[in-house]
Design a protein around this ligand. Structure first.
Ligand SMILES: [Zn+2]
Length: 239
């Protein structure tokens, strides 16, 4: 428990949100063509994220680690405005956390000097076997039946409780659906935005972190209404 609660805690997805490209998809399909079918099965909801992740990385050879790192370096461009936004969040004393189904060797190097390691929740890679094995330190708790791999709604609830503050969630894809639904305010793009539109849940669209920083800056003076996202009767969208 912290002594003084911040106004909000900010929780962001990594792949396709902090990065421009979804690196889990691009790395696993670049090095193994048959992973394309597994990505499709995850995105269409035929298999769970937890299952899909184990299969995707289980098809990659541990011995190719240096090639994966070189690929990540070449493709790991960060979304515009990130470092300025992080500086602003720090100035406003809004804790910032990353939640990712990506593996530590993919996520941590790209966030070095930007986000402190204890604020990054991700899965872990084990290179000790011929194929990569995944360690999942944050599986679903009793409150989640999503088989998420890394359970974003669990972490959203945990951080809201730790800071006694509402959560702003930022995301873009299927792995963010449940995390966004557990948060009080949501920034969404791509398939997360489509999902929230289709299910008539409120969110703020974004394409870069400058927009998010500017919107939150505005909220410091004029906070937005926080919808009760657990209220099935809620039918308002912000965009
Ligand atoms: Zn879960």
């Amino acid at each position: 428990m912290v002594s003084k609660s911040p106004r909000w805690v900010i929780v962001s997805d990594f792949d396709g949100t902090i990065t421009e490209e979804d690196l889990v998809i691009s790395v696993t399909t670049h090095f193994c063509e048959e992973n394309v079918g597994i990505v499709d099965a995850v995105q269409s909801g035929k298999i769970s994220l937890g299952q899909g992740l184990s299969q995707l990385f289980g098809n990659l050879q541990s011995s190719q680690r240096d090639h994966y790192l070189a690929y990540l370096k070449a493709h790991g461009a960060l979304r515009q405005g990130l470092s300025d936004a992080l500086a602003a969040f720090a100035k406003w004393q809004l804790p910032f956390f990353v939640v990712s189904n990506g593996l530590d060797f993919m996520v941590q190097p790209l966030l070095e000097n930007l986000v402190e390691p204890s604020h990054v929740y991700c899965n872990r890679a084990d290179f000790s076997q011929p194929q990569i094995r995944i360690r999942k330190p944050w599986p679903c708790d009793d409150a989640c039946q999503g088989d998420c791999g890394l359970c974003k709604p669990r972490l959203v609830r945990l951080l809201a409780h730790r800071y006694q503050a509402p959560v702003i969630f930022i995301g873009d894809g299927r792995s963010d659906f449940l995390g966004a639904e557990a948060a009080q305010l949501v920034f969404a793009r791509a398939s997360l935005a489509k999902h929230l539109n289709d299910s008539r849940q409120a969110y703020f669209p974004f394409e870069d972190f400058t927009q998010i920083r500017d919107m939150i800056s505005h909220w410091l003076d004029a906070p937005p209404m926080e919808p009760n996202r657990n209220n099935a009767g809620f039918r308002q969208t912000f965009d």
